[in-house]
Write a protein that binds this ligand. Structure first.
Ligand SMILES: [Zn+2]
Length: 296
């Protein structure tokens, strides 16, 4: 996923100027997947409210968003926080929350049981300069690492890294899930961390104070989602038109890893192909958020 795409950047610039058509386009582009995410966590009638609140919060924080993440990831992050807040206020029952280990989440993946990191929206805006350098170097290095594995169709190593860094599983559990022995997993981990560590050291003017912590790696991973496939790839998976190796990998990402963001995209794409109309929801969401669009 990585950082802000050019298309997003262009759209965002227009939204910042208060252009209503641009806002409508942004809402249209993201509401389906956000609704799917909210439905999976909050359920039913609350989903639309949560998405509206998310979009309003997004407009309110427009000035502080510096494009360190894709728009999709940023919106998911705000929404996730809204879901957690709502749960804390007792509006949602505990079993609907993804982050509860006892939760009955619709995703069957290992992420359900992983210690889920919680980057808040403010994580994107409140950082000192050094942290910023470190995180951005790490984000770039993670992107390159994942892209390298994809380019060479090395899905084995990509899966290992996802399970280690994103799910924070132990080597033993990773080995079992991908059908390797523990030594192989340890070697892949060692190689990858070395590459990441080098990239961070090179980015800091005075060198670093050693390798990045696992928590930071996971946080940056969650904020960048370097291994998440494009939405169009998830669409191709749904249609069954991907090459076999890719299909197997996307299947792993969705069903074994249980990436909640990609699952939300999958659910949204499924609804679109089954023809269920979202036009009424779109109008409601648009009407309730457009008033918060500021004129430049
Ligand atoms: Zn994903």
């Amino acid at each position: 996923m990585g950082k802000l795409s050019q298309a997003d950047e262009y759209l965002l610039a227009q939204v910042r100027q208060g252009q209503q058509a641009a806002w409508e386009q942004l809402v249209q582009r993201y509401e389906g997947r956000l609704l799917a995410f909210a439905r999976a966590r909050g359920g039913g009638n609350d989903a639309e409210d949560l998405v509206q609140e998310t979009l309003i919060a997004f407009l309110g924080a427009l000035d502080s968003f510096r494009g360190q993440a894709s728009l999709e990831t940023y919106l998911f992050t705000i929404l996730r926080r809204k879901v957690i807040d709502k749960h804390r206020r007792g509006k949602l029952s505990l079993c609907q929350i993804h982050d509860s280990p006892a939760g009955d989440d619709h995703s069957a993946g290992v992420l359900r049981h992983a210690a889920a990191p919680e980057p808040t929206a403010s994580w994107y805006v409140r950082q000192d300069e050094r942290q910023q350098l470190q995180q951005s170097a790490l984000a770039t290095a993670l992107d390159e690492l994942a892209e390298g594995y994809r380019q060479s169709l090395n899905f084995r190593d990509l899966k290992v890294i996802e399970l280690l860094l994103y799910s924070q599983l132990r080597n033993r559990d990773v080995a079992r899930l991908v059908g390797l022995d523990e030594k192989q997993v340890a070697l892949i981990k060692h190689r990858s961390l070395k590459r990441l560590g080098r990239a961070v050291l090179e980015a800091l003017p005075d060198g670093g104070e050693g390798p990045a912590s696992d928590a930071l790696l996971t946080q940056v991973w969650e904020a960048q989602r370097p291994s998440c496939p494009k939405r169009s790839t998830i669409g191709a998976y749904l249609l069954g038109t991907l090459e076999e190796q890719w299909h197997a990998y996307i299947d792993f990402h969705l069903n074994t890893l249980g990436c909640r963001y990609c699952l939300a995209n999958l659910d949204d794409l499924r609804r679109q192909t089954t023809g269920s109309s979202a036009a009424a929801a779109h109008q409601r969401i648009l009407q309730s958020t457009v008033g918060f669009l500021r004129k430049a």
